[in-house]
Design a protein around this ligand. Structure first.
Ligand code: MSP
Length: 637
C-alpha cells in the first residue's frame, strides 16, 4: 500500500556551521525518505535554515556583517553540505524566503482574528541563547539549564498567544495518540510538563530591541518571536493554505528533532496549529544527543565533529552506517572515531565486504560469470530463504519503531548466516567433482539471492554500496520493494561484475588504543620506533624467494600455504595474504623472505619464514617485489 509520507528535520540556526548532530538528524530523515520511496510511498522530505532572531543578529554583528549576509553565508554551508552526504531532500526552506514571511503573517492574522493573540505586559528571565523566557522554576541555580548562563530579567509590552486555552486539548490528543510524541520517554516528559498550568506564549519582540524578524501583520512596531516564525516553515514548504502538497502531505507529517527542542515542537507547535484550525502533525520523533568522548559537543570545547571530514576520511556509506547503527534512537550516544573504525573493520569489511567478494569470486569461477538458474531438482535447502525472511521482519519492525540499529542488526543476521552457509557448504569442494554441480548451483544461487536482498535492505542507509552490489549482480536498483523482496526474484543469466572491495579495512591512528579482537584490525599506536643498531639489523637474513606452489589453508579465510624456493632450498611459508592474492596469481612471483625467522605453526601448519609486504590500494596487502628479476636465494641488502 503506498501513501503520502512527509518527513522533516529541524531548520538549523545559521549561527554556526553544520556538525555531526545536524548531519545525524538529516541522515535519519534521508534514510526514512529513501525507505518510504522504496516502499512505493510518495515521500516529501524537507530541511532548511532558521534565520531570524536575536541569536542570528548577534552572530552577524560579531562577524561585522548584516544579518542577511550572515544568514546567506551559513545557510549556503548547510545547503551545500547535504548533496555531499547524498541527502535527497525535496526542498530546502529558508525562513527569509518571501513565501515563508507571507505564510507566517497569514497564520498570525488568522490566530489574531480568532482572538487567540492579545497584547499584554510580560516580565521574565530571558536566555538569549535559547531565544526564550524561562520561568523561575525552570532555571537551575538561577541559570539557563542549557547554556549555564544567567538570563536577563526583561519586562516589556508584547503580544501573547493564548496557549493555555489549548492545554486540555493537547493532553487529550497526546493520550489518545500513542505515536504523537515518541519514543515514550519524551511523550511522558511532555505530559509531565503539562501537569502544571500552561502559560501563554509571548510571540513578539519590540522593534526597539530587535528588527531582524518578520513584522507582525497587525502591529508594525513588532517582529515575530523566532520560534513562532520557525515552526511555521513546516507548512510553508507545503504551500499552505492552498497548495496541493499541503492537502496531500500535511496529515502524514513526521517531524524529527533532538531532545533539545522538545518543548517548542511538543507544546507550542500543536497548540499553534490547533488555534490556526490546522490538524496536528502525525508524529514528533525525538532522538538523543551525540556526545563526543562523553562530553557535550561545543565550539568552546573545540570538540565539534565535522561531517565532511569524516566522509572524506572514511567514506560516506561507512559514516552513514555508523550513525544509524551506533545510536539507539531516543537515547544519547557517544561518538568516537575509534568506534567508527571498529564498525568499518568488523561489520563492513569483515562481514558485508567479505561476503560480497567471496560470493562474487566463487560465482565468477564456478558459474561462468553469469547468475545461475536455481536447479529444478533443488534439495529444498531453504536456510538462506528463511534467514532473509527473518531479516526482513526485523528490518520492517525496526523501521516502524525508529529502531534503526535493530533494522541493521536484522540485516547483519542474514549477512552472518550467509557467511556461515559458505563455510558449512564448502562450494570449493563441490566444484572439484562433477556430481556436485547441481548442489553447487543451488548454493551459489542462494548466496547471490541473499546478496541481492541485503543490497535492497541496506540501500536507504548505504546507497552507494547498494548500487555497487546491484551492479555486481548485473541488476538495477529495484523499483518495487514488495516485489523485489520475494525470494527467488534474481533472474538467471545476468552478467556479473566483480568490482573492487566494498570496504577496505581501515587503520586507526591514535595514541592510546591497542588490541584487535579478531586479529584483522590493527589499531596503530603512535609509538616512536626504537633505533636498531646495524649489527642487530644485519642479523636478519633477507632472501629473494620464488613462489613455486600456493594453495589455501583449509578452514582459514586469511592464510595461504606457500612453497618458496630460496635458492636450492624450498620452504613452507604460511602467509596471511589470502584476501589479497589468489593462489594462481602469485605463482612464480619473486618476493622478499625473512629466511632466519624462528619456525612457527599457524592453523596447525608449519611456517618457516615470512614474506614482506606493505599496504596497497583499497586496503589490500601488496607483496614487496623487484623491478628487475633477481635470482632466487640472492641476499637482500
Ligand atoms: N532552529 C532551531 C530549530 C527550529 S525547527 C522549527 C534549532 N536549530 S539548531 O541548529 O540548534 O538545531 C538543533 C537540532 O540539531 C537538534 O534538534 C538536532 O536535530 C540537531 N542536533 C544538534 N546538536 C546535536 C547533537 N549533539 N546530537 C544530535 N543532534 C543534535 O534548534
Amino acid at each position: 500500500m503506498s501513501g503520502a509520507y512527509f518527513v522533516t528535520t529541524p531548520i538549523y540556526y545559521v549561527n554556526a556551521s553544520p556538525h555531526i548532530g545536524h548531519a545525524y538528524t538529516t541522515i535519519v530523515a534521508d534514510v526514512l525518505a529513501r525507505y518510504h520511496r522504496l516502499r512505493g510511498d510518495d515521500a516529501f522530505f524537507l530541511t532548511g535554515t532558521d534565520e531570524h532572531g536575536d541569536k542570528i543578529a548577534a552572530a552577524a554583528a560579531s562577524n561585522g556583517v548584516s544579518p542577511q549576509e550572515y544568514a546567506d553565508r551559513i545557510s549556503e554551508q548547510f545547503r551545500a553540505l547535504w548533496p555531499e552526504l547524498l541527502i535527497t531532500n525535496d526542498h530546502f526552506i529558508r525562513t527569509t524566503d518571501a513565501q515563508h514571511v507571507e505564510t507566517v503573517r497569514t497564520i498570525l492574522q488568522k490566530v489574531y482574528d480568532a482572538g487567540d493573540i492579545y497584547f499584554g505586559e510580560y516580565g521574565g528571565f530571558y536566555c538569549v541563547g535559547c531565544e526564550r523566557f524561562y520561568t523561575e522554576k525552570e532555571l537551575v541555580d538561577g541559570k539557563c539549564p542549557d547554556h549555564q548562563t544567567e538570563p536577563e530579567y526583561r519586562k516589556e509590552n508584547n503580544y501573547f498567544f493564548r496557549m493555555s486555552k489549548y492545554q486540555d486539548w493537547l493532553i487529550e490528543h497526546i493520550k489518545k495518540n500513542d505515536n504523537f510524541i515518541r519514543p515514550e520517554r519524551y511523550r511522558n516528559e511532555v505530559l509531565a510538563f503539562l501537569k502544571e498550568p500552561l502559560e501563554d506564549l509571548c510571540i513578539s519582540r519590540p522593534k526597539t530591541r530587535l528588527t531582524w524578524g518578520i513584522t507582525l501583520p497587525f502591529d508594525d512596531a513588532y517582529v515575530t518571536y523566532v520560534w513562532f516564525d520557525a515552526l511555521i516553515n513546516y507548512i510553508t514548504a507545503l504551500g499552505y493554505p492552498q497548495g496541493r502538497k499541503f492537502s496531500q502531505f500535511w496529515q502524514s507529517a513526521q517531524h524529527l528533532i533532538a531532545k533539545d527542542i522538545l518543548k517548542p515542537h511538543g507544546i507550542y507547535w500543536p497548540t499553534m496549529l490547533k488555534a490556526a484550525g490546522i490538524v496536528p502533525y502525525a508524529s514528533l520523533n525525538v532522538h538523543g544527543y551525540w556526545n563526543i568522548e562523553r562530553t557535550k559537543m561545543s565550539k568552546s570545547l573545540g570538540n565539534v565533529v565535522k561531517p565532511l571530514d569524516l566522509k572524506n576520511k572514511y567514506g560516506l556509506d561507512a559514516f552513514r552506517y555508523f550513525l544509524l547503527r551506533d545510536m539507539v534512537f531516543g537515547l544519547d550516544a557517544n561518538f568516537s572515531e575509534e568506534a567508527l573504525v571498529q564498525r568499518i573493520n568488523t561489520d563492513l569489511a569483515n562481514d558485508l565486504g567479505n561476503l560480497t567478494s567471496r560470493v562474487l569470486t566463487m560465482a565468477t569461477n564456478y558459474c561462468g560469470g553469469k547468475t545461475p538458474a536455481p536447479p529444478s531438482e533443488a534439495t529444498g535447502d531453504d536456510t538462506l530463504k528463511l534467514a532473509a525472511r527473518r531479516a526482513m521482519v526485523e528490518y520492517e519492525e525496526g523501521f516502524a519503531n525508529l529502531a534503526f540499529h535493530k533494522a541493521l542488526m536484522g540485516t547483519w543476521g542474514l549477512i552472518n548466516r550467509a557467511n556461515k552457509y559458505i563455510v558449512e557448504n564448502e562450494p570449493w569442494t563441490l566444484a572439484k567433482s562433477a556430481e556436485g554441480t547441481l548442489r553447487l548451483r543451488e548454493i551459489m544461487y542462494n548466496l547471490l539471492e541473499a546478496l541481492r536482498i541485503i543490497a535492497i535492505l541496506i540501500s536507504p542507509v548505504m546507497p552507494l554500496t547498494a548500487q555497487k552490489m546491484f551492479a555486481a549482480l548485473g541488476i538495477t536498483a529495484p523499483q518495487d520493494f514488495n516485489q523485489a523482496k520475494a525470494w527467488g526474484s534474481l533472474a538467471a543469466g545476468l552478467p556479473m561484475q566483480k568490482g573492487e572491495a566494498l570496504f577496505p579495512r581501515v587503520k586507526y591512528e591514535d595514541n592510546g588504543s591497542t588490541g584487535n579482537p579478531n586479529g584483522e584490525v590493527v589499531l596503530k599506536k603512535e609509538v616512536p620506533l626504537a633505533e636498531v643498531a646495524y649489527d642487530d639489523f644485519a642479523k636478519l637474513d633477507l632472501r629473494v624467494g620464488s613462489i613455486v606452489a600456493a594453495e589455501a589453508v583449509p578452514k582459514s579465510q586469511k592464510l595461504l600455504k606457500l612453497r618458496v624456493d630460496i635458492g636450492g632450498e624450498q620452504r613452507q611459508i604460511i602467509a596471511g595474504i589470502a584476501n589479497d592474492y589468489r593462489p594462481e596469481e602469485i605463482l612464480g612471483k619473486r618476493v622478499v623472505v625473512v629466511a632466519n625467522l624462528k619456525p612457527t605453526k599457524l592453523m596447525g601448519q608449519e611456517s618457516c619464514g615470512m614474506l614482506l609486504a606493505t599496504d596497497g590500494k583499497e586496503g589490500k596487502l601488496s607483496l614487496i617485489g623487484f623491478d628487475k628479476e633477481p635470482l632466487a636465494g640472492a641476499k637482500v641488502r
